[in-house]
Design a protein around this ligand. Structure first.
Ligand SMILES: [Zn+2]
Length: 199
């Protein structure tokens, strides 16, 4: 990563419209942009994905117009992160099958075997169209339990291991240095934790 460029060496004016290039270089902006509309196997046909690519390209053009290029442009653009679950966010939240089974048991109790089967092949979730619709799972979970479904014990590593939409989204996050720095600040290294317990 290159050093920050002093404001006095601005290479391009901002045209009085938006954040000037030198300020952009100092900012660590992270924007998560969520869209969905297809099963993973048909992701190339996603209209939302195409629209996002156009949106992203226009933003990149605006930043370039402020004299930001190369590694700095790549770094700034890495902060615009597509959250792209297929078919929808429930393709991820329903992956917490242990909680899903508890919710099902509290309600209809008819889908315990189905969630067990999905847990054995987690890649299936990305191929279910509208999993929240009554046509799928009889509307067992719908969209009513997503907060509970993303609670403790979420099988993130297993979902990542399916190498589908969750895997690809995590991959995009890993290209963003600002996000990795921010996440690193949310936990202490084991040595630091030990030191804090035994000052
Ligand atoms: Zn059920």
């Amino acid at each position: 990563m290159s050093d920050a460029t002093p404001e006095t060496t601005a290479q391009a004016p901002d045209g009085g419209n938006g954040i000037p290039g030198p300020r952009l270089r100092r900012l660590k902006i992270i924007v998560f942009f969520h869209y969905d509309d297809e099963a993973f196997s048909n992701r190339e046909g996603s209209v939302a994905r195409r629209h996002f690519a156009e949106f992203r390209w226009k933003i990149e053009q605006q930043i370039q117009a402020r004299g930001v290029e190369g590694d700095e442009l790549t770094r700034i653009m890495s902060g615009l992160i597509a959250i792209e679950p297929f078919y929808c966010i429930e393709a991820w939240t329903y992956q917490h099958t242990e909680i899903a089974k508890k919710i099902c048991a509290r309600g209809c109790g008819k889908h315990l075997d189905a969630f067990d089967a999905w847990a054995r092949d987690r890649s299936m979730f990305d191929e279910v169209t509208k999993p929240w619709d009554p046509a799928a799972l009889d509307g067992c979970l719908r969209k009513a339990h997503n907060v509970e479904l993303t609670g403790p014990g979420f099988p993130a590593e297993a979902v990542w291991g399916t190498e589908k939409s969750f895997y690809e989204t995590v991959d995009r996050m890993l290209t963003c240095p600002a996000l990795l720095d921010a996440l690193q600040r949310t936990y202490a290294a084991p040595a630091a934790q030990a030191a804090s317990k035994h000052p």
